[in-house]
Design a protein around this ligand. Structure first.
Ligand code: 13P
Ligand code: SF4
Length: 304
């Protein structure tokens, strides 16, 4: 069944000169089918560099929007139009404008998990892979607003010793990972390295060994000599961690860490997206130009 589906997808990919990009939280079959898998930063770079005419983005809407901002000449498809990110929806452009009015001299850093309109209203974009470097690069005599994820913002504030004005957004998947989850996992596997996504809460991060984006987790595991890892992020990444490191064991901090929006994408929907060229993600030109300025900072200037 899957074999037939995959064959059809491959044929349509060729016919449309399409590339399939998948986030590390996608299901195993989608990750295996994709031409590129990665974290938000890696996928943005791939979207900007590919010479395909069509990008099928297996992820959530803000990721497809980022691809559309970077590659306006390409057709960007999101196989499920309802695959959103509740964290990205936690701040509107009007709320950001209000915050900017209260701090008129502040620079605005927005996490890539945000709408195109919020990016357009920001000075710098960042991902979990480079939030610290972005904040570090900013002049010390300016206030900094950081939206929308308070836990990534806290992490960047601690690492850079900067005082950030934080927005109270959060990812429901990552805040559901608790201190007890880490303590229980460590009690069973005391030698395991705990790799945690910076969207987790402060107390969870305090119990962790490494705070990393999903792409950084993959690179860290590949270089490490450790044999066991506790993974405090969405469990989809464990498929690729296991595939790339068959000698090591990867234990989810909790099986509850599943992003229902990421899991909306299925092989069938990828096929339908190529058959019907659906669902096209576009960004109005005036928003795109402003949002691109903020995204260029992270794609071109900052290290991965
Ligand atoms: P990464 O950029 O680390 O892949 O994270 C994306 C995301 O949505 C985290 O929840
Ligand atoms: Fe958004 Fe959280 Fe899902 Fe990432 S895991 S896409 S931040 S809801």
């Amino acid at each position: 069944m899957n074999k037939k589906l995959i064959e059809k997808i491959e044929q349509l990919k060729q016919a449309h000169n399409a590339v399939v990009l998948a986030h590390n939280y996608q299901t195993a079959d989608i990750q295996d089918l994709a031409d590129f898998t990665g974290d938000s930063l890696g996928l943005s770079i791939n979207a900007a560099e590919t010479d395909a005419d069509v990008i099928v983005f297996c992820g959530v809407k803000f990721m497809a929007e980022t691809a559309a901002i970077l590659s306006p000449e390409k057709t960007v498809l999101l196989p499920d139009e309802l695959a959103g990110c509740p964290l990205a929806d936690m701040i509107t452009v009007e709320q950001l404008r209000d915050l900017k009015q209260k701090h008129p001299d502040a620079l605005v850093v927005c996490y890539v998990n945000s709408s195109a309109r919020v990016k357009a209203e920001s000075d710098y974009c960042c991902t979990s892979a480079n939030a610290v470097e972005v904040v570090e690069s900013l002049p010390t005599d300016r206030e900094i607003i950081f939206v929308p994820d308070q836990y990534l913002g806290q992490f960047a504030a601690e690492r850079t010793a900067r005082d950030l004005i934080l927005w109270p957004g959060y990812c429901h998947v990552h805040v559901a990972i608790t201190e007890d989850d880490i303590k229980n996992a460590k009690a069973k596997q005391p030698d395991a390295i705990v790799m945690t996504h910076p969207e987790c809460t402060g107390p969870v991060k305090a119990l962790s060994d490494q705070m990393l984006s999903t792409g950084q987790m993959l690179r860290y595991a590949a270089k490490s000599k450790a044999k066991q890892f506790i993974i405090a992020t969405e469990t989809g990444i464990i498929h690729t961690l296991k595939k790339q490191n068959p000698q090591a064991e990867f234990i989810p901090a909790t099986d509850r860490a599943i992003c229902p929006n990421m899991k909306r994408i299925t092989l069938e929907k990828v096929l339908w997206s190529l058959e019907n060229m659906q669902y096209k993600v576009t960004v109005p030109q005036e928003i795109r130009i402003e949002a691109k300025k903020a995204i260029d900072m992270m794609v071109e200037i900052l290290p991965r």
